[in-house]
Design a protein around this ligand. Structure first.
Ligand SMILES: O=P(O)(O)OC[C@H]1O[C@H](O)[C@H](O)[C@@H](O)[C@@H]1O
Length: 526
C-alpha cells in the first residue's frame, strides 16, 4: 500500500534541506569537474545518457535524494500507476498511457476489456488504415491517392504529435519512409485554419479530427471550418475525415467520418502521443512501422523508470534534482534547451506536459500545500536561444536551472566544413561551452563582464533524433513529471485550471456579461 504525504511532512525532506549546499563553481573546476562529468551520468534507453555533473549536487545531496525517493515511495507509486490503480483521484480514473507502448506490470481489465489489448487493437486498426491509404486502397471520391494529412486538435491533441512529426520529418525523408506531408490546425483564430487550407490541395487531403473529449470548442469550430472548405470545393467531407476520440465522446458514434479510432479516459491529453492521438497522424505521415519504433523507444525508457536503484533511474533522479532545486534552492523556472532543430516544438509540448500536470496548489486531498510545486517551463532550440534569452540566464538576478538535450549526429547529414569544423561540431561545441560557462562563470574586474557562474544544468546526450530516440525522450519527460507530482503529493493527471476561462468565454459569446467582463468584451468588439 502506498501512502500519500505532503513533501514537507517527510523526515528525509527535512534532512535534505540541512545538507550542505554545493558550490558549483568550485565543484566543476579542474580535475574534480572532469571527474564529475565522468561519474555523474546514467545510461538511458536508445543510447542516451543523462549527465548531471553540472547540477548543484554532490554525493551527500544525492544520498539525501535517494532517501527521499524511498520515503516518498516513488517506485511503489509508479507501480500503482502501471498496475492500473485509480491514481487520478480528481477524475476518478486510472492512468494508463504507459500501456499504449507496452506492458510494465499486471494486466489491467477495465470497462470489461483488457486495456493493453484494446490499445494494441487500435494501433493495428490504424496501421491497417494507413497502409490502405498509402497503397491507394482508401482514396478520395475520385479514386485518387491522399497526399496530405491535416490534424485538427488542440493542447494534448496537437502539441505532442506535432512536435514528434516535426522531429521526424527530415529523418523520414532521408530514410525513405516519408509517406504524406502533415499539417496541423489548432488555434480557433480563423487565420490558422485559413492559412493551412490555403497551403494544401484539399481534394487530396485527409483530415484527422482529434479530440479526446469530443467537446473542445476550438477543435469543433475548426472541424466546421474545414467541412465548409470541403463543401465549397464540391467535396464530401465525410470522405475526407477520420476521428480520434475516446469511446465515450459524442464523436465516437458519428457517421461523419471515414473511420474512427479510439483512446479512452485513462489516457490524459498531454500523455496521449503514444495512443491513437499520435498514432493516426504519425502512421499516416511516416508509416506504421515508424510509429511502432517510436513506441518501442518509449517503452524501453519506461522500463528504466521502474528501476528501484534511484541512481540508475534517469527519470527519478532528474525529478528529485528538480524538486531539490525548486523546494530547497528556491529556483522558480526550468529551461528546456534542445540543441537540435528537429526538436523545434518539443519545448512547447513539454510546457503543457509539465505545467498542466504540476501547476497545482492543492494536494491530492484538495488541501492547500505550503511549498512551491511545478516550475515555469520554457525553451527554444540552441543555438537560437543563445542569441535571445541566454543573457538573463547567464547574468540575470534569477537562477534558472537548465535542461540541455544534445545529439552527436545531424539527421539529414548534409554539412559543411568552415574554419576547420562542421556545423554539427559547432552546434555540439556550443552546448559543451554553455554548460561550463553557466556552471563555472568567469570573473572580471568589470562587473558588467563578470559571470558569477553557479547556474546548474543537466544534459541528455544521444546519437541522433530517430523514432526510437524521440520515443525515449518523450517517456523520460513524462515520467519525470509524474515522479515530481508524487513528491509534491499533487494529482498530475487532471487539469481543472483550464475550466474557468472556458466558462467565461462562453458567457461573453452569449452576451451574458457584466462588470469587467462586459467592458473587456466591448473593448474587443464582441
Ligand atoms: O482532446 P480534447 O478533449 O479536445 O482536449 C484538448 C485539450 O483541451 C483541454 O482544455 C485541456 O487543457 C488539455 O489537457 C487537452 O489536451
Amino acid at each position: 500500500m502506498v501512502t500519500w504525504n505532503n513533501l514537507d511532512t517527510l523526515a528525509s525532506f527535512q534532512d535534505l534541506k540541512k545538507a550542505d549546499r554545493v558550490n558549483l563553481v568550485e565543484a566543476m573546476a579542474g580535475e574534480n569537474g572532469a571527474k564529475r562529468v565522468k561519474n555523474y551520468t546514467i545510461p538511458m534507453a536508445e543510447g542516451f545518457a543523462f549527465n548531471y555533473a553540472a547540477k548543484q549536487v554532490d554525493d551527500n545531496v544525492l544520498e539525501a535524494l535517494v532517501k527521499l525517493a524511498k520515503e516518498a515511495q516513488l517506485s511503489e507509486k509508479f507501480k500503482a500507476v502501471y498496475n492500473g490503480e485509480v491514481v487520478n483521484t480528481g477524475e476518478n480514473r486510472r492512468v494508463l498511457h504507459h500501456m499504449t507502448r507496452g506492458q510494465l506490470g499486471q494486466a489491467v481489465e477495465a470497462d470489461g476489456v483488457d486495456k493493453r489489448k484494446f490499445y494494441v487493437e487500435q494501433q493495428e486498426r490504424i496501421a491497417d488504415f494507413a497502409n490502405k491509404v498509402h497503397a491507394g486502397e482508401i482514396t478520395n471520391a475520385a479514386g485518387e491517392k491522399f497526399t496530405t494529412v491535416v490534424q485538427i486538435g488542440i493542447g494534448g491533441s496537437d502539441l505532442g504529435p506535432r512536435a514528434i512529426y516535426l522531429a521526424l520529418e527530415n529523418w523520414a525523408k532521408k530514410n525513405n519512409t516519408f509517406k504524406m506531408e502533415a499539417k496541423f490546425i489548432s488555434n480557433v483564430d480563423p487565420d490558422d485554419a485559413a492559412a493551412v487550407l490555403n497551403s494544401i490541395d484539399v481534394a487530396h487531403s485527409l483530415f484527422v479530427l482529434v479530440s479526446k473529449s469530443g467537446t473542445t470548442l476550438e477543435t469543433l469550430t475548426n472541424e466546421s471550418f474545414v467541412k465548409d472548405a470541403l463543401k465549397n470545393a464540391g467535396l464530401d467531407a465525410s470522405k475526407h475525415m477520420i476521428a480520434v476520440t475516446s469511446e465515450t465522446s459524442p464523436l465516437a458514434k458519428s457517421d461523419d467520418y471515414l473511420a474512427a479510432f479510439f483512446m479512452d479516459d485513462y489516457i490524459g491529453g498531454r500523455y496521449s502521443s503514444s495512443s491513437a492521438v499520435g498514432g493516426a497522424v504519425l502512421s499516416l505521415a511516416f508509416g506504421p512501422e515508424v510509429f511502432a519504433q517510436f513506441l518501442e523507444g518509449a517503452h524501453e525508457e519506461d522500463k528504466l523508470s521502474m528501476n528501484e536503484d534511484v541512481l540508475q533511474n534517469p527519470e527519478m533522479l532528474d525529478a528529485l534534482i528538480g524538486v531539490y532545486e525548486r523546494n530547497v534552492l528556491g529556483y522558480p523556472a526550468t529551461a528546456v534547451l534542445p540543441y537540435s532543430q528537429a526538436l523545434n516544438r518539443f519545448p512547447a509540448h513539454l510546457q503543457q506536459l509539465d505545467m498542466e500536470s504540476n501547476g497545482k496548489c492543492v494536494n491530492r486531498f484538495g488541501e492547500r500545500v505550503s511549498y512551491p510545486t511545478g516550475p515555469i517551463i520554457f525553451g527554444e532550440p540552441g543555438t537560437n536561444g543563445q542569441h535571445s534569452f541566454y543573457q538573463l540566464l547567464h547574468q540575470g538576478t534569477d537562477i534558472v536551472p537548465l535542461q540541455f538535450v544534445g545529439f552527436k549526429n545531424s539527421q539529414i547529414g548534409t554539412d559543411v566544413v568552415i574554419q576547420g569544423s562542421t556545423s554539427q561540431q559547432k552546434l555540439c561545441a556550443n552546448v559543451a561551452a554553455q554548460i561550463v560557462a553557466f556552471a563555472c562563470g568567469k570573473s572580471d574586474e568589470n562587473r558588467n563582464k563578470n559571470f558569477e557562474g553557479g547556474r546548474p544544468s543537466s544534459i541528455i546526450i544521444g546519437d541522433q533524433v530517430t523514432p526510437k530516440t524521440i520515443g525515449a525522450l518523450l517517456a523520460h519527460f513524462e515520467n519525470k513529471v509524474m515522479f515530481q507530482g508524487f513528491l509534491w503529493n499533487i494529482n498530475s493527471f487532471d487539469q481543472e485550471g483550464v475550466q474557468l476561462g472556458k466558462v467565461l468565454a462562453k458567457r461573453v459569446l452569449a452576451h451574458e456579461t457584466d462588470g469587467a467582463l462586459k467592458e473587456f468584451s466591448d473593448l474587443l468588439n464582441i
